[in-house]
Each structure stands twice: as structure tokens, then as C-alpha cells.
Ligand binder design. Structure first.
Ligand code: NAD
Ligand code: NA
Length: 394
């Protein structure tokens, strides 16, 4: 079929297999250009492995450290005349490249919150890899069906206690406007913690350990975010921030549980980037457009793959793992540099619909957004038929 972008607000309903393949091969090429990570992982499980930071983690593991990888994710397969979601095509491309290099790579598509998918993953590890030495937890989900009670929880992105009002941008039109978001209820906070807190990460590690598929000295890492002052009321001090607090606390709990096998759990605070998860959050796209401008000007801009390669090379596998006062790895260090934040904050005060084209990197934002779905590559002819019915090799 001929596949063109079909955008509805902050999501795109279509994805292009060749463009997604390009996203993956570009990340593989970057990883190869950086070279082998000394003392990197060997058998890696990535939960949330099909897009964003999780996909980058899988690529760095495989192509920067020759790792065998198992990827878990929740993607829609293609149907006749209806393309799959991007993570599906990303995985098709990833497995193809990994297998061509002689690397083990298998994937499980289903709900990571469920007991069934956890069991399936364990069965696969037992039959193929035996033990895992790195577990990356990179889920971003708006909802969770509780594995024991089947109760459904929905996460919200709202401030706590006080109405939030600030600038935001419609990144398609470039219109800057004010957004007003009413505070959430206590129940919404708790639901958000259920979905995006550390409960499921802990469940994964509990069951992996109980089934004896974790290597001695194994590591597990989950991803968090802190961000600037302008987004603090809606992000870090809001409902989602409470879930991130919970996730960060879970790292200590999990480390305690892994003590007897000398394992450790860490949270890495990553940089703000355009992903399907972040484009849905109000205010963040405007912040990211200004941040991209400032970071590109200073020559310190990174995408998911640059972030994760640097995380592996300079933090996770470089001997002593450096952390902040809260025990977190900070790979958002360049985003949070005072000169970068000062610049963003000055631009933030000035930005309007009229000047956003000049003072923000809105074009960079849009390009990254369309690339998430495989669109916007000059080297691809989007008027040509492409096979939408691609299967993950397995
Ligand atoms: P993403 O949307 O690109 O990736 C989410 C992944 O989770 C996908 O692989 C998806 O298939 C999978 N997933 C979602 N629900 C699932 C389910 N029920 N079962 C199995 N898999 C499921 O998101 P991302 O931006 O890469 O986010 C990953 C983590 O990084 C999140 O914890 C996020 O908060 C964090 N983070 C993101 C940013 C950012 O700016 N994007 C910054 C710092 C930290
Ligand atoms: Na991810």
C-alpha cells in the first residue's frame, strides 16, 4: 500500500516500514561508529523495547556489546491495508539486522503488566538464554490492567493542589497559547502511581529472581525525568512526578532484594526528547523546541541513541556507577547545565506564535515527531507502494 502520515493531534495513525527501518539502521550505524563498550552486558531483557529509550537500549546492547536481547513491548501488528504501529516495524528491522550479525534476538508482543507475559518471558529465557545480566525497564503507558485484580488504572498528567497555567504550543501549527490545567484528585495521583510507578518493575524483578534467571551481579535500570522549573508544577511536582518518585524509591527496594546475588537497581534520569510518550504531555513540546535550539547551538544535543550509548559507556559499564544525592544516574546532565537552562528560560519568557519559528527549533521538533513514524526521509519515496504486512522474524 501507499502509506502517508495521518495525524490526529499528537499522534500519527500510520507508520512507514521503510522509514522505521531507517530509524533503526541510523541508530545501529551510530552505535557501530562509537565502537564496542568495554565490559558491557551479554544477555539483556528490555521491557518497552520497541520505541524511544527502550529501543535505543536494545540497539546499544546488541550493536555496542554483542548482546543477546529479548524485547517485550505492546504494539499493533499490521493488517491488510492498515499499517502496524511504529514499534512493530522497528522490531522487524532490529531483528533482521541483529540476526544478520549472528546475534540472538527474540521479541514478545503483549501486555508487560500481565502475569502471562511475564511467564512467557521467563519460559523464553529458560529455554534460550538461561540467565539475564541486564534488565532495562522502559515502559511508558497511559493505562494498566492490574495483573491480580484486573482493575483498570489510568494515569493523568495534571498538577497537584493548584491550577497550572502556562504557555504551550500546538507543534503542527506553531500556535503558542495559554493552557490551564486543573489539579488532580488524590485518586488520580494514586492511579498514576499504579501505572507509571515502580510496582510493575518490582514485580518483574521479583519473578525473574524467584525463577532464578538473573545472573550474579545483574543490573536493572528504569528511566525517569526531572526537567526544568517551567514544567515542574505539571511534571515533577504533578501526578506523573509522584509516580517517578515511587519508581525512584523502588530502585532502593529492588537493590535490597538483589543483595544476595550482588545485583543492583538504578534509575537513570534521561533527557527530554520527542517520543510518542512525551508529545502527549502539554507544555513539554514547547520546552523541547526551546531546549533543542539551545542544545544544538551549544553542540550538546542528543537523541535517544546518543543518550543511551553515553549512559552505557560512561555510567553503567565504566566501573563505579556515579549517582546524584538521591542515588540516581544523571544522563540529563547536559540538559540541566545552568547555561542551557538559563538560555531556555530567557527564550521561554519571549516566545510567541510570531517569533517561535526563529527562537525555537520547532522544525526540529516536527521532524523528530514525523520520524517516530518513519516519515520525512528524503531518501524514501513515499508515493511508492510498500509492503505493510511485515512480520517480526522471531
Ligand atoms: P515510548 O512511548 O517511546 O516507549 C514506550 C515503550 O513501552 C514501547 O516499547 C511500548 O511498546 C511499551 N509499552 C507501553 N505499554 C506497554 C505494555 N502495557 N506492555 C508492554 N509494553 C508496553 O516512551 P519513552 O519516551 O521511550 O519512555 C520510556 C521511559 O523513559 C518512560 O519511563 C519515560 O517516562 C522515560 N523518559 C522519557 C523521556 C522523554 O522525554 N521521552 C525523558 C526521560 C525519561
Ligand atoms: Na521505550
Amino acid at each position: 500500500m501507499i502509506i502517508k502520515p495521518r495525524v490526529r493531534g499528537f499522534i500519527c495513525l500510520t507508520a512507514h516500514p521503510e522509514g522505521c527501518e531507517k530509524n533503526v539502521t541510523n541508530q545501529i550505524d551510530f552505535t557501530k561508529s562509537k565502537g564496542e563498550i568495554a565490559d558491557g552486558p551479554k544477555n539483556v531483557l528490555v521491557i518497552g523495547a520497541s520505541t524511544g529509550f527502550g529501543l535505543a537500549s536494545r540497539i546499544v546492547s546488541a550493536f555496542g556489546s554483542d548482546s543477546s536481547t529479548i524485547g517485550v513491548f505492546f504494539e499493533k501488528p499490521p493488517m491488510e491495508g492498515k499499517p502496524a504501529t511504529p514499534g512493530w516495524y522497528n522490531t522487524v528491522a532490529f531483528e533482521k539486522e541483529a540476526h544478520a550479525k549472528g546475534l540472538y534476538a527474540k521479541s514478545i508482543n503483549g501486555d508487560a503488566f500481565s502475569n502471562e507475559i511475564k511467564q512467557k518471558t521467563i519460559d523464553l529465557i529458560k529455554s534460550d538464554l538461561k540467565k539475564i545480566d541486564l534488565v532495562i525497564y522502559s515502559l511508558a503507558s497511559p493505562r494498566k490492567v492490574h495483573p491480580d485484580t484486573q482493575q483498570v488504572y489510568n494515569s493523568v498528567i495534571k498538577p497537584i493542589g493548584k491550577t497550572f497555567e502556562n504557555k504551550t504550543v500546538d507543534f503542527h501549527s506553531g500556535t503558542v497559547s495559554n493552557v490551564v490545567i486543573e489539579p488532580c484528585t488524590e485518586e488520580e495521583v494514586n492511579n498514576t502511581i499504579e501505572v507509571m510507578g515502580g510496582d510493575d518493575w518490582e514485580r518483574w524483578i521479583d519473578v525473574l529472581k524467584k525463577e532464578d534467571v538473573l545472573s550474579p551481579e545483574c543490573l536493572t535500570v528504569a528511566y525517569s525525568y526531572v526537567g526544568p522549573e517551567v514544567t515542574t508544577p505539571i511534571y515533577r511536582n504533578g501526578s506523573i512526578g509522584r509516580a517517578k518518585d515511587h519508581l525512584e524509591q523502588s530502585a532502593f527496594k529492588i537493590s535490597e532484594k538483589l543483595k544476595d546475588i550482588d545485583g543492583k537497581a538504578y534509575v537513570s534520569v534521561n533527557k527530554a526528547l520527542v517520543t510518542q510518550a512525551s508529545s502527549a504531555i502539554p507544555v513539554i513540546p514547547l520546552y523541547i523546541s526551546l531546549l533543542y535550539k539551545a542544545m544544538k547551538e551549544e553542540g550538546v544535543h542528543e537523541g535517544c541513541i546518543e543518550q543511551i550509548y553515553r549512559l552505557f559507556e560512561t555510567k553503567l559499564f565504566s566501573g563505579e556507577i556515579p549517582t546524584d544525592e538521591k542515588g540516581r544516574i544523571r544522563i540529563d546532565d547536559w540538559e540541566m547545565r545552568p547555561d542551557i537552562q538559563e538560555k531556555v528560560s530567557q527564550l521561554w519568557d519571549k516566545v510567541t506564535t510570531e517569533n517561535i519559528g526563529e527562537i525555537a527549533d520547532l522544525e526540529g521538533y516536527r521532524n523528530d515527531f514525523f520520524k517516530l513514524f518513519g516519515f520525512g526521509y528524503d531518501s524514501i519515496d513515499y508515493d511508492v507502494e510498500v509492503n505493510e504486512l511485515q512480520e517480526i522474524p522471531g
